[in-house]
Design a binder for this molecule. Structure first.
Ligand code: MG
Length: 346
């Protein structure tokens, strides 16, 4: 097999803000793994808050190249992913890119969509939320108006102006909301007061209300919260889940955090065994990475897989959005197809 990669700047249609930073573009490194004439594609999405740089990612992928070349077939995927994981203690997005490309490749060789190859529910459409980042009042209102097709909005909160923001949104829409605080509330009593204020405003869930370091406060908050709480920054991989016992009602699983499809499926099983709800999310990734997670929607309670809607220059096609739903195609693999020429300049 052969591995190649290509860094790429995804340009946002609107500058994208979360508690802590705002940016106009985001870097991904796309990966192609080939076996004979078959090609699988993966993506490492590198938002700055992940702490994974383009240089560290391309260094990791360069280090993985001889490992991939040494394997004749993607059929040894579990052994291969185990060895890739051992190359570095971090670089989770780079590991995810390899995992996604291998799963895409394996399912293409079998001639099936990845969901069927992995014997997952054959669900091809599900309502997804549309994310509205922290921004000026004018832009927030503009984004609400632009999102008429979506039936659920995910709101980035976690600033001192959250009540004003939610009140503003409620002047324009009564759609259900997911509130993502991105660790922005640091006082548990104030956090509970905020959640109680949100509870009668058609809010479905609250994501990562408090900093990941305040785990005991999170347990207290979840015990008292009238709304379900979901972990995001508190969880990357399967090994993080045990320590969260009782701290949240559900988990936001993302391929870039958890190293890919293989581990995401293990985390979903853990959630099912322990009564945690499953929220499948994405980072600021293109159709390439999002298509891989979209293959798992039949296992999710909630999904937030709207990232491909955010860019001017997504270099992959394959997912579509209509009537507030994410739609998968029936192509083999993840269903993501690179635009001609994207991989021409290797
Ligand atoms: Mg989040």
């Amino acid at each position: 097999m052969r591995l190649r990669f290509q860094p790429y700047a995804l340009q946002f249609i609107h500058p994208f803000g979360v508690a802590g930073n705002t940016r106009t573009s985001t870097t991904s490194v796309f990966v192609e793994i080939s076996e004979g004439t078959y090609k699988g594609y993966g993506e490492a999405c590198l938002p700055p808050y992940l702490g994974e740089t383009e240089q560290a990612t391309t260094d990791f992928l360069s280090a993985a190249q001889p490992l991939i070349t040494a394997f004749e077939s993607a059929m040894d995927v579990f052994e291969l992913l185990h060895r890739v994981d051992q190359l570095h203690p971090h670089c989770n997005a780079a590991k995810a890119a390899i995992d996604i490309a291998l799963h895409d490749l394996l399912a293409k060789i079998k001639g099936e969509p990845l969901r069927l190859y992995k014997q997952l529910p054959n669900i091809t459409a599900k309502p997804t939320s549309f994310t509205i980042g922290i921004d000026t009042e004018e832009v927030v209102v503009k984004k609400i108006k632009a999102s008429t097709d979506f039936q659920i909005l995910k709101i980035k909160a976690g600033t001192p102006h959250d009540k004003e923001l939610i009140s503003l949104i409620r002047q324009h829409t009564d759609k259900p909301l997911y509130i993502d605080v991105n660790q922005g509330w640091t006082n548990k009593n104030e956090a509970l007061e905020m959640i109680k204020w949100l509870a009668d405003k058609n809010v479905i869930l609250v994501e990562q209300p408090m900093p990941k370091a305040q785990l005991d406060d999170m347990r207290w908050l979840t015990r008292h919260s009238p709304l379900p709480t979901f972990a995001d920054e508190s969880v990357k991989r399967l090994s993080d889940l045990e320590q969260l016992d009782g701290a949240f009602n559900g988990i936001n699983i993302k391929l870039m955090k958890c190293t890919g499809v293989n581990e995401a499926l293990k985390m979903i099983n853990y959630c099912r065994d322990t009564g945690l709800q499953v929220f499948l999310g994405c980072m600021a990734e293109s159709t390439c990475g999002t298509s891989a997670m979209a293959q798992l929607i039949g296992l999710a309670d909630y999904i937030d897989l709207d990232a491909p809607q955010l860019y001017k220059n997504d270099p992959f096609t394959g997912l579509s959005y209509s009537a507030g739903q994410l739609h998968l195609n029936n192509a083999s693999g993840t269903g993501a197809v690179p635009l001609p020429g994207l991989f021409g300049n290797f």
